[in-house]
Design a protein around this ligand. Sequence first.
Ligand code: NAD
Length: 256
Amino acid sequence: MKSLAIVGGAGRMGQSLAARLGAQDDLSVTALVDVHEPRELFGARYVEALSDLDATGIDVVIEFSSAASVVTSANWCAEHGVALVIGTTGLNDEQRHQVEAASAKTAIIMASNFSIGVVLQERFAKLAAPYFERVEIIELHHDHKADAPSGTSLSTAAAIAQSRADAGQPALVDPTTHHVLAGARGADAGDGIMVHSVRLPGLVSHQEVIFGGPGEGLTIRHDSFDRQSFVHGVALAVRAIDNTPGLMIGIDSLIA
Ligand code: NAD
């Protein structure tokens, strides 16, 4: 039985994970860590900070809170040799470096999206990338999301750029010469791959990768309708982390 502490345990993801991971035979959610008191405890204990916990009772910390909190969690896990699964997005370069440094002392799996469908969308996009002249990404999320563009869209854009580069394709150049409104063409996520962010109430997490070539188009769309779409991937990471020392980015290699 693996004992879990969820940082961000009062949040939307934290509550969804606590309910669903705790229901699995080999996992037990021992603590919900949050600056706010959780609406439901699901049999776990509530603490305000990881430092309020006895590390010997925790096998894996799961992080779905804020970018600033990720560094605190990584340092606590490194200090106590507790494995860490990070789903929080929007980290800056310095925060990423701190996570990398912590991974020298404990196993860390960090993924911008734990949905299996998103992992497959990225694989399919990499496969298609060399065969189309242009590609753009539209990511759509609920209106409480703090960061834009989404970590998933950046990861997808990087994967497509790598696939195009491996195939000898040049970086994309935006054909637009007259910008009537600044920002109308989205943001360049690298190599000219434009990302467009939509934020609306009612949405959860959605992404379209749109390819265009001579006389044809290909759209690969993924929808997370509910936060339970992330649970399977988090459970895979929690179960695999004992065998993945250091820092693993993304869960692609955990999906056969
Ligand atoms: P949310 O706002 O509903 O919940 C975040 C929770 O973290 C809140 O309860 C807040 O009080 C808590 N928190 C903030 N700072 C804290 C700190 N320093 N210490 C302890 N608790 C703290 O947000 P959410 O929708 O649950 O998303 C949380 C994060 O997870 C975001 O970064 C989001 O982008 C990311 N996310 C990732 C995936 C993925 O698959 N990787 C999926 C969904 C969401």
